[in-house]
Design a protein around this ligand. Structure first.
Ligand code: KG4
Ligand code: ZN
Length: 331
């Protein structure tokens, strides 16, 4: 089975072709980061318009690079939600319409299911069951995963998502959008300076997260400290360590609760080096393993949507003819 995947939920147009025997045949990505940088965040209407401009050329390019004709395709998968409604509708309209015109089945994919399954695009894919830590710009959640579609959300953020906390804190530090990777880069130059940042909700039972307090704590620390590059780097490091530690504490708790020894991390923040290293050490210490996608598949991409869509189509699911986008959609 061979599937064309389309991702347009936010500010990346991602297109890919995935084949269940041959693996990933091609993927094409256009990032709108530069377009939104002047505004300090994603402007929904500009995002929709840019998806409209890029989607068809990228589909042509992905099909060509995959050496795939329309006749070779067995289905079309697109992100149906959650995300920005205008952006989602571009992918849904194009995906659903092409499927209709080409007489193929179509499937609307949950964006977070895409992230969750992204480590399965790698040669060394995790086997079920596992615990997944999904940390992106819009979501932070811990999920018990027993198979395709067998997901139980164990905990999630009660306020800011982990990536959102990175981005907002980066903004406080005067870093440009998107702030997460920039803050991580600054933190790498930081030294342990003895700051006592909180580990929010770590001393309470349960698997929910809260990150907005950390952002405020960082703002107060910045205001109280001298305004020089090294101090900023030290504060960035203390913030990053606090987020990573908090996530690690909750992952460990989720593994204990489920009795599983495989941990998957995915979503934009899973590209963070300190998070990867900390979780790898923790998993080794408890006799388990951590799995994550290659860097380019941590953030939004079409490959994860093609992969997740293929699994759904294979299980016999498909969309009716209506074009639907779901800005809010529980996993
Ligand atoms: O999954 P993603 O591309 O988009 C959403 O579905 O939200 O995640 C983007 C988020 C942004 O908040 C970005 O700042 C964060 O992931 N991010 C990082 C790093 N790379 C991306 N956060 C911390 N460290 C990084 N290296
Ligand atoms: Zn995402």
């Amino acid at each position: 089975m061979r599937v064309l995947g389309i991702e347009t939920s936010c500010d990346e147009t991602g297109i890919a072709v995935y084949d269940d025997k041959l693996g990933l045949l091609s993927h094409a990505l256009y990032s709108q980061v530069k377009l939104h940088a002047d505004y300090g965040g994603v402007v929904p209407e500009l995002a929709s318009r840019d998806h409209v401009r890029k989607i068809v050329p990228l589909i042509r390019q992905a099909l060509k690079n995959a050496n795939t004709e329309i006749a070779d395709l067995d289905g079309i998968a697109y992100t149906k939600g959650p995300g920005l409604i205008g952006a989602l509708l571009v992918g849904a309209c194009v995906g659903r319409s092409l499927a209709f015109a080409w007489n193929k089945p179509a499937i609307g994919v949950h964006h977070m299911e895409g992230h969750l399954l992204a480590p399965m695009l790698e040669d060394d894919a995790p086997e079920f069951p596992f615990v997944a830590l999904l940390v992106s710009g819009g979501h932070s959640m811990l999920v018990k995963v027993d198979g395709i579609g067998l997901y139980e959300v164990l905990g999630e953020s009660v306020d800011d998502a982990a990536g959102e906390a990175f981005d907002k804190t980066a903004k406080l530090m005067g870093l440009d959008y998107p702030g997460g990777p920039r803050l991580a880069k600054l933190a790498a130059k930081g030294e342990p300076a003895g700051y006592q940042f909180p580990r929010p909700m770590a001393d309470r039972p349960g698997l929910d997260f809260s990150f907005s307090g950390l952002k405020t704590f960082t703002a107060n620390t910045i205001a109280a400290e001298p305004d020089d590059e090294q101090t900023r780097a030290n504060i960035a490091r203390a913030f990053e360590e606090a987020v990573v530690d908090t996530l690690a504490i909750k992952c460990r708790r989720a593994l204990k609760q489920t009795g599983y020894n495989r941990l998957v991390i995915a979503g934009g923040v899973s590209a963070n080096t300190r998070l990867r290293e900390t979780l790898a050490e923790m998993m080794t210490s408890i006799g388990g393993r951590v799995y994550y996608p290659r860097g380019e598949f941590c953030t939004d991409n079409g490959a994860m949507i093609a992969f997740a869509g293929l699994q759904r189509l294979k299980a016999g699911q498909q969309e009716d003819l209506a074009v639907k986008g779901q800005p809010r959609w529980p996993l």
